[in-house]
Design a protein around this ligand. Structure first.
Ligand code: ADP
Ligand code: MG
Length: 363
């Protein structure tokens, strides 16, 4: 494809004779944000290192903007156009300012230009006030901000992020994710990020790639991966929530009304009218009843539905409902028998506004 920025073919990596990466083909398009997810040891970091040319594959080709990176010279040239940020910040024992400036100096950039760049990226990551602090005296979040500022200051064409936030506590992680998202959106930089956080992956990604045992087993839009996992492994790994795409219509007293396929879902959250969102609903929070429960329960969301499919899942039955959008519900065997549920039956599905996990999408 013409807008492919990075492509790999037939990539294999071995450690001590064991194949840990085996990817027949994978590519990243210009300005794309791809999240890489998968269990520990599935090869995510190894893939990033191979894509950075920090690790030598036993076979395979890597092409950047259509040109194969074959020689040492090609690799040197290529490595100037990409940056990587690791889970553990790797900072030099000097000031934050000098850390952010370090890569630019190596490239022989002039003093004035370096000052401008460093100032700009310190501001982007909200660490101007730490410019003259020693990198040794930073908190985890501040160190990671400095690492990100250093990587972005190079203004690379592709940035690789290997679980940059997983060592941070949740509030620090959320504020850093917000800042990163803003910068990625503003610069439109092509990004490949390894993450453990599904909400993060859903919210930021154009595409999610799932790794298992050194292979990419599924790669597709967040909705395709979450709602149509290719196999049981992916289904279990990404969870089994219903994820619906919608647009916020109103926001009233903390209750957000979201238009999903022409129906209105009420959720609790902080989204504004016009925002594109995902509504994630866990099947154990969806109740099925035979009569309209509107005045009987405190559930805010009630939809007439038709039962499309019924599967057995451990101690539950998984009932797939068509409410104008697809919704799944877990029903105990006892409730299933009492309600006498069958495919094609008309029922009412309900869930509380508090059961909807709202994720705002990148604009
Ligand atoms: P992930 O990042 O998905 O957790 P890694 O890419 O770190 O996975 O590791 C993939 C596999 O390669 C694992 O089985 C790991 O033990 C092995 N591995 C990674 N790095 C090395 C190394 N330097 N030497 C030997 N084995 C390694
Ligand atoms: Mg890793």
């Amino acid at each position: 494809m013409s807008d492919t920025i990075l492509a790999i073919d037939d990539l294999k990596v071995e450690f001590g004779g064991v194949t840990v990466l085996d990817i027949p083909s994978f590519c990243i398009r210009e300005k794309e944000f791809v999240s890489l997810i998968g269990p520990n040891g599935s090869g995510k970091s190894t893939l990033l290192l191979a894509l950075n040319r920090l690790l030598k594959p036993v076979s395979g080709r890597l092409s950047f903007r259509g040109n194969e990176i074959a020689s040492r010279d090609d690799a040197l040239h290529y490595r100037r156009r990409v940056s990587m940020v690791f889970q553990e910040p790797l900072l030099f024992d000097t000031t934050v300012y000098r850390n952010v400036a370090s890569g630019l100096k190596i490239r022989g950039m002039g003093g004035e230009e370096i000052r401008e760049r460093v100032t700009k990226y310190l501001a982007c990551f909200n660490i101007e006030h730490l410019a003259h602090r020693s990198a040794r005296k930073l908190s985890g979040g501040e160190s990671q901000r400095a690492s990100l500022a250093r990587a972005f200051a190079m203004e690379p064409e592709v940035i690789f992020l290997d679980e940059p936030f997983s060592a941070l506590d949740p509030p620090t992680r959320h504020s850093l994710t917000d800042d990163l998202e803003k910068i990625v959106r503003e610069t439109g930089i092509t990004t490949l990020m390894v993450t453990h956080d599904q909400s993060e992956a859903l919210r930021m990604s154009d595409r999610i790639a799932v790794m298992q045992d050194g292979k990419i087993v599924q790669s597709g839009s967040p909705l395709a991966v979450m709602n149509n996992p290719v196999n049981e492994f992916v289904a279990n790994f990404v969870g089994m929530d219903t994820i619906l795409e919608g647009k916020v219509r109103r926001q009233d007293d903390g209750i957000v009304s979201v238009d999903v396929s022409g129906k209105e879902i009420d959720a609790l959250g902080a989204a504004a009218p016009g925002d594109d969102v995902y509504c994630c609903i866990r099947p154990e929070n969806v109740t099925i009843e035979l009569t309209d429960p509107d005045d009987l329960t405190s559930a805010r969301n009630v939809f007439p539905a038709v039962i499309r499919d019924i599967f057995s899942v451990g101690p539950f039955l998984k009932v797939v409902l068509d409410c104008g959008f697809t919704l799944t519900s877990f029903v105990t065997r006892e409730a299933f028998a009492i309600l006498d549920l069958k495919e094609g039956m008309r029922v009412f599905a309900s869930f509380k506004a508090t059961a909807v996990h709202l994720i705002s999408l990148r604009k």
